[in-house]
Design a protein around this ligand. Structure first.
Ligand SMILES: [Zn+2]
Length: 77
């Protein structure tokens, strides 16, 4: 699965705060992602993360099929 820094991942399993969308901060053997609702950062193994992805929301690509618009990433830091 092609996940890049800056993508927003919509996950199958929500964060404890209830949000299912996470910004990708770093990719590699582990992914570092940040919850878009509560801002908490999470490190998890790539495989585990990829299995949990429902959809990748990429800002560069216009949403062709569903009309969904990815939300801009929070710039809290
Ligand atoms: Zn959260």
């Amino acid at each position: 699965m092609d996940v890049r820094v800056g993508d927003v991942l919509r996950m199958k399993k929500p964060h404890p705060c209830g949000c299912v969308e996470f910004a990708v901060l770093r990719v590699g053997m582990d992914f570092k992602i940040r919850c878009l609702k509560c801002g908490r950062e999470i490190m998890l193994p790539r495989l585990k993360c990829e299995r949990n992805i429902r959809k990748i929301l990429r800002q560069e690509d216009p949403p062709a099929e569903s009309g969904e618009v990815p939300r801009p990433l929070p710039r809290s830091d």
